[in-house]
Design a protein around this ligand. Sequence first.
Ligand SMILES: *[C@@H]1O[C@H](CO)[C@@H](O)[C@H](O)[C@H]1NC(C)=O
Ligand SMILES: *[C@@H]1O[C@H](CO)[C@@H](O)[C@H](O)[C@H]1NC(C)=O
Ligand SMILES: *[C@@H]1O[C@H](CO)[C@@H](O)[C@H](O)[C@H]1NC(C)=O
Ligand SMILES: *[C@@H]1O[C@H](CO)[C@@H](O)[C@H](O)[C@H]1NC(C)=O
Ligand SMILES: *[C@@H]1O[C@H](CO)[C@@H](O)[C@H](O)[C@H]1NC(C)=O
Ligand SMILES: *[C@@H]1O[C@H](CO)[C@@H](O)[C@H](O)[C@H]1NC(C)=O
Ligand SMILES: *[C@@H]1O[C@H](CO)[C@@H](O)[C@H](O)[C@H]1NC(C)=O
Ligand SMILES: *[C@@H]1O[C@H](CO)[C@@H](O)[C@H](O)[C@H]1NC(C)=O
Ligand SMILES: *[C@@H]1O[C@H](CO)[C@@H](O)[C@H](O)[C@H]1NC(C)=O
Length: 711
Amino acid sequence: MVPLKQVALFISCAALGVQAAASSDQLSWDKAYVKAKSVVDQMSIEQMVNLTTGAGWGSQCVGNTRPVDDDLFPVLCLQDGPIGVRLANNVTAGLSGITVAQTFDKAAFRDRGVYMGKEFRGKGINVQLGPCIDPMRSPWAGRLWEAFGEDPYLAGVATSETVQGIQSQDVAATIKHYIGNNQETNRTTSSVVIDDRTLHEVWLYPYARGIEAGSAMVMCSYNMLNGTYACENEYTLTTILRDELGFQGATVADWGATHSTIDSANAGLDLSMPVRIYEGEDDFAKNLTQAVKDGKVKKERLAEMATRVAATYYKLKQDASDFPDGAINSTDPDSAPVVPVQDDHAKIVRDSGAAAVVLLRNEDNVLPLGDSIQKIAIVGSDGGPNPGDINNCTDGACDQGTLAMGYGSGVVTFPYLISPKEGIESAAGDNVEITYTYDDYDLDKAADISKDADVALVFANAIAGEGVDRANLSLWHNGDDLIKAVADANENTVVVIHATGPVLMPWLDHPNIKAILWPGLPGQESGNSLADVLFGKVNPSGRLTYTIAKNEEDYSAHISKEAEFEYDEKLLVGYKWFEAKDIKPLFEFGFGLSYTTFDYSDVKASVDDKEQPKVKATLQVQNTGDVDGAEIPQAYISFPESAGEPPKLLRGFDKVDVKAGKKENVSFEFGKTELSIWDVSQREWIVPSGEYTIHVGASSSDIRTSATFTL
Ligand SMILES: *[C@@H]1O[C@H](CO)[C@@H](O)[C@H](O)[C@H]1NC(C)=O
Ligand SMILES: *[C@@H]1O[C@H](CO)[C@@H](O)[C@H](O)[C@H]1NC(C)=O
Ligand SMILES: *[C@@H]1O[C@H](CO)[C@@H](O)[C@H](O)[C@H]1NC(C)=O
Ligand SMILES: *[C@@H]1O[C@H](CO)[C@@H](O)[C@H](O)[C@H]1NC(C)=O
Ligand SMILES: *[C@@H]1O[C@H](CO)[C@@H](O)[C@H](O)[C@H]1NC(C)=O
Ligand SMILES: *[C@@H]1O[C@H](CO)[C@@H](O)[C@H](O)[C@H]1NC(C)=O
Ligand SMILES: *[C@@H]1O[C@H](CO)[C@@H](O)[C@H](O)[C@H]1NC(C)=O
Ligand SMILES: *[C@@H]1O[C@H](CO)[C@@H](O)[C@H](O)[C@H]1NC(C)=O
Ligand SMILES: *[C@@H]1O[C@H](CO)[C@@H](O)[C@H](O)[C@H]1NC(C)=O
């Protein structure tokens, strides 16, 4: 079904084959509602029902709204997913959420959102089913790699920039999965209990930022909260989303997450989505039509549902004549018309992939690899290509060759995938000899290849995806033994790990492991991004977006198999738990090294306004080494004792380029978003009075300077 274009008030000047530019004049919600209402007013009950009842798999996109009347309103196309266009030809397969978050760079978040928006737009897609923004509760969670890590503030900034980037191209963003869907085990049958303060301060926080950024859609999740499904939960869908956060867009169910008609519609669901086009398709539509006729769902509520869906389309000016035609076939992607949308996005992917690499260790300055290196050994299947087709496994659900993406509905078909070996080969040039083995189990061969190399790079990985949680936090494919075998053989061993989340590191103390690199899931340019860092073209500045613990038991939340379970760690998610319980991790949240070093001057905090409030903090960061680099100063706030907050919370960060030997000014501003807590009895965000401390440092543990202020 091809969306009909409204007759435009101006003549499209987009030349054939040239990607249409986004219109800069999007509407306010108020104006979008006026347009949407005038169209919905002309609709019959059946037509309104169709606009609020999707067709799932088997339609053109992974979901479409059902037909109304082409002269009145088009069929909308909703397509996965959070990291790019799924099930499409000629698209970019870039960084996963968890990996772009490692850049701690607002510009990188925004650029990624913009290029994704361009690709969805280019394919004529109205709604991108992403970003995925839920903070990581447990490192075992299968989908942890789709979102932005364990800290709600970092996730909030990444959400805001991503949503603005996507929507700058007139494509609707969908923040998901709302809310409490933090594990795959029993995701459609279990119920979570989250106390109201924790719900607001941790799990809702990134949603609040996404709604402020204008996200047109919010997707409700599979799970129940207090025994009520998320897509029929009036408290979360209406009280919180609309009344508290002022959300004006549409709520859309995850595929198959609608469990009722009357309850869902009355609770605040606007667009129901079945899994498949013919699977119970008529249920919601028929029942809703009947319920409206019976007065069990008010006709005004149905009109509101339809208006909210339609308003997203008008707000984003998708009725403009230059919004492209649909060029997607989710059933058979290769049969869709070839509309290349990749442009120069590979460069964005390569650059942000390099900026995301976290340098966890660098002893004896073994990195970057310099001119003296003549022989490099590459060991491990993760260093090489997929032995078969790069897109061999359905939705990426296998771990063959280098790992550059997780699996499930959040994947994108690779147009190509530069393996580490290919990236290293092209960066090293002809004078460097490269020996390699991709056999993870032949430890003698691994040692043999490694022993007389100037540096041995050993690769290992750990995959995860939708549908199942991780069975353990160990490396896959014999990774631990392979790393030990290489380290035993070569005293300049560099470990490279592509992982969806934290892994255990039983080999960490091996004296020959001189460097450890953590590139995450970098997408199609993986090998090039890595080589840029290995050879010093890019000075690493990536930071961990989660805590890497010594032991599995150290984490605050494990996967629950109970029918109902409580988030009993409450506010102590991620590093906050480790700090409150005084548990030392292997590598803390926010950690990452550089090829240079930085000094921090004393931070000065000033309260510019007590009422609003507005607090400013300034300091200088000096590059004390002899190469240029980028530092990520992180601002953590300790609240007054009486507030009952965790020891400290990330409330600001910046990426600052500093030339060798030079200083740069850094400033942070904190307002109500950074300084308030949720007051359960007053049901509002309040700024506690008392003494606050701001800590600025290079990670959550490496605090370099602190200052106090009083509100
Ligand atoms: C998608 O491709 C399938 C298989 O080639 C075809 O049967 C179907 O009609 C196509 N759908 C659309 C919407 O073009
Ligand atoms: C609603 O959508 C169904 C297809 O799913 C279609 O058969 C029906 O004609 C549509 N109703 C109206 C009123 O357009
Ligand atoms: C589109 O993708 C196909 C398959 O990957 C490729 O062969 C073709 O060259 C691409 N076309 C364009 C115009 O990029
Ligand atoms: C669930 O129940 C808890 C405990 O009674 C309450 O604090 C919380 O607000 C409820 N959450 C929802 C989503 O209803
Ligand atoms: C629709 O109504 C039928 C008959 O009452 C019921 O069996 C079915 O579960 C309902 N489906 C939904 C999605 O409400
Ligand atoms: C896909 O992977 C399997 C192993 O999981 C392998 O046997 C098969 O040859 C591969 N096929 C292609 C086309 O790459
Ligand atoms: C971890 O889980 C994987 C996948 O289920 C399994 O193959 C592996 O043996 C497990 N490793 C350990 C150390 O338990
Ligand atoms: C939850 O999952 C476990 C393990 O898969 C299973 O044994 C249990 O029955 C499930 N519980 C519910 C409520 O679905
Ligand atoms: C940087 O901060 C210092 C000290 O506050 C100030 O004197 C200087 O003017 C600032 N430099 C710039 C470029 O803003």
